[in-house]
Design a protein around this ligand. Structure first.
Ligand code: A2P
Length: 315
């Protein structure tokens, strides 16, 4: 296993289990299988709607001695409807209750986007709150408070551009440890990686396999399938491994963490075994050529007419 040491000296396991889109009824078993297969990093979020089932699985895993709490890294994320100052700690407490934990290893602001408190997902523009109404720094101060209170060991952000990170770095008392963003050979984000490296922020990549199981509503027609990409499949043959393992190993070679989602025991095991795949410089150079700044998660769902959010990735 490989770990990344954060500024606060905690150690983030490089490969974690993603749980976005893991259905209720399946996610608990997936977590148990992952822990048995050697995962020590589970990535969660309130909005995934499955934290209570994950909490039951964690309780079972601890009770059965599959892993000790202190040896497992659990991340969760603050949903967009809880950015207001008085909402942050209660939202975190709900997540802790659901996960049946006393503390999180990492808590992230899920998006630099805010909704009104009773809105899960806006269906009209006036259900958003702008960042002028609820500045990120106000939310961040509460994240810092959660850290001070021992509810979370580390704090960070998700889906933040360099510009938004810069603003936060100026104002924050406690610097973000992690930025979780979409990352894969079609969206390499070298500038963001360099900025994060220079500021000792670990990048974690989501949708590393292209998130083919997103609902149709979130998909574009003719999306590229990275698992069938010619370069990826050729490199997989070189190593007698699978295309998914090449895509996961690519992260490890760049020093980014990665959270492939699976609820299938065989693929869960396959994905963590990517640690064994060492890509050569030539293969990395071939993968480099695939970069086309292609986003599977383009954020357009925040940009309905009248919404205060446009160009959320600042590009
Ligand atoms: P499943 O859960 O049935 O294994 P991402 O991590 O980019 O969000 O991608 C998740 C999608 O990739 C899911 O459809 C998941 O299906 C599938 N997947 C996960 N691991 C593998 C693998 N090793 N090979 C092929 N598909 C995989």
């Amino acid at each position: 296993m490989k770990f990344y040491t954060l500024k606060n000296d905690t150690k983030l396991p490089a490969i974690g289990l993603g749980t976005w889109k893991s259905d209720p009824g399946k996610v608990g078993e997936a977590v148990i299988e992952a822990i048995k297969a050697g995962y020590r990093h589970i990535d969660c979020a309130a909005v995934y709607g499955n934290e209570a089932e994950i909490g039951e699985a964690l309780k079972t895993a601890f009770a059965q001695g599959l892993v000790k709490r202190e040896d497992l890294w659990v991340t969760s994320k603050l949903w967009n409807n809880a950015h207001e100052s008085d909402k942050v700690i209660p939202a975190l407490q709900k997540t802790l209750t659901d996960l049946q934990l006393d503390y999180l290893d990492l808590y992230l602001i899920h998006w630099p986007v805010a909704f009104k408190a009773d809105v899960d997902f806006p269906s009209k523009a006036d259900e958003f709150l702008s960042l002028e109404e609820v500045p990120i720094i106000e939310t961040w101060k509460k994240m810092e408070e959660a850290h001070e209170n021992g509810l979370v060991r580390s704090i960070g952000v998700s889906n933040f551009s360099i510009e938004k990170l810069k603003d936060l770095l100026v104002d924050a008392n406690l610097q973000p440890e992690v930025n979780q963003v979409e990352l894969h050979p079609l969206l390499q984000q070298d500038d963001l990686l360099e900025f994060c490296d220079n500021n000792s922020i670990i990048l974690t990549g989501y949708s590393p396999l292209g998130s083919g199981d997103r609902s149709q509503r979130l998909k574009k027609e003719d999306e590229p399938n990275m698992l069938e990409n010619e370069v990826v499949t050729k490199i997989a043959k070189n190593h007698d491994c699978t295309p998914a393992q090449v895509l996961i190993a690519w992260h490890i070679s760049r020093g980014t963490a990665v959270i492939p989602k699976s609820t299938n025991p065989k693929r869960i095991k396959e994905n963590i075994e990517s640690y064994e795949v060492e890509l050569t410089d030539k293969e990395l150079a071939e993968l480099k050529t695939l970069d086309e700044h292609y986003r599977y998660v383009d954020g357009k769902f925040f940009e309905m007419e009248g919404s205060p959010y446009h160009n959320i990735y600042d590009e």
